[in-house]
Design a protein. Structure first.
Length: 318
């Protein structure tokens, strides 16, 4: 996938603008449809090292075709994935260790901010604007507004809406000092909720995981619903036992902050058996975890990293 990107980039850079636009228009859909291959990557470190080059090259291609929806969708998904899978995962270790200078938080904010910007460029091509979504949220008409402009049978619409909403939600969780973005989190949720409503099993439980995060991250006075979140996440775990990201999300967002130590220790024991190296073995990297579905590879690689960060700091958490 990465070699294809660089071969295409070299060709386009050496040719004229009209040829560039024609080539991008023809090849962008194929590149977009092949982007799921990154999700099949089971080596977290390889994903971390290889993805930035692909994203930067896609941005170069977008300069020639700034309204290309496939490229905008790829960048939205790519920067959200990198901000979450890599930056936010590395920040989790900093946060749990109470680091004084959490550099990975800043990197997560930067990349998720890029994802949000590209996501709204895509959505604006479809007729959904940032201000329009905020206004519809105030009127409790967001779902109608989204349905009017996006097609639930179009995978690119579903993915871009979901990853735009996810980037927005994660940004709000990272920037709780910024009341503007915190106040907009319900609009972020509407994008995610539209996808989850139309396709409940979207991304093999990741959609439901983000719904759970939304309800757990907010205080009850602002719409938090921990009991509902627990129900959503437990149902998602039951339906998607191969997606180990869901129980790790449950640990991170429910068991730790709500101090459910006994349940945490039971879940830790069960999860440790599913990872190649159990938590008590000092996290020496072993063989990449085999997933029941290749599309779960990256989720599970991220889950293992986050799980290890949690267990490594558990003595400070309870």
């Amino acid at each position: 996938m990465i070699k294809l990107f660089f071969a295409l980039g070299s060709y386009l850079i050496l040719n004229g603008c009209s040829i560039q636009r024609l080539a991008i228009g023809q090849l962008a859909p194929a590149l977009s449809s092949a982007s799921h291959k990154l999700q099949e990557e089971k080596n977290w470190d390889l994903f971390k090292a290889g993805t930035p080059g692909s994203l930067q090259l896609t941005e170069v291609l977008l300069e020639t075709a700034p309204d290309n929806e496939d490229l905008l969708a790829m960048l939205t998904k790519g920067y959200t994935a990198y901000g979450f899978v890599v930056n936010d995962t590395e920040y989790l270790g900093e946060k749990l260790a109470d680091a004084d200078n959490p550099v990975h938080r800043r990197r997560a904010v930067q990349n998720l901010g890029k994802a949000l910007a590209y996501g709204f460029r895509y959505l604006s091509e479809k007729g959904i604007t940032y201000n329009g979504l905020l206004e519809s949220s105030k009127n409790n008409s967001s779902m109608d507004y989204i349905r009017e402009h996006l097609d639930s049978d179009e995978l690119t619409d579903l993915e871009t809406a979901f990853f735009t909403g996810t980037a927005w939600l994660l940004l709000a969780n990272l920037r709780k000092d910024n009341m503007v973005i915190v106040s907009q989190v319900s609009s972020a949720f509407e994008l995610i909720n539209w996808v989850c409503t139309e396709k409940p099993d979207f991304q093999m439980g990741l959609c439901q995981s983000m719904k759970g995060v939304y309800y757990l991250a907010r205080p009850k006075a602002l719409g938090g619903k921990p009991a509902l979140a627990v129900k959503i996440l437990k149902n998602a775990m039951a339906k998607n036992p191969g997606n180990l990201m869901i129980p790790v999300v449950y640990m991170e967002w429910y068991l730790l902050p709500f101090e459910r130590e006994a349940e945490y220790r039971r879940m830790k024991l069960g999860l440790s058996k599913k990872f190649k190296k159990a938590a008590f073995e000092h996290f020496i990297p072993g063989e990449p975890l085999d997933s029941s579905n290749d599309m779960l590879n990256l989720f599970n690689a991220m889950a293992e990293k986050r799980f290890h960060a949690i267990v490594r700091n558990e003595s400070e958490l309870f």
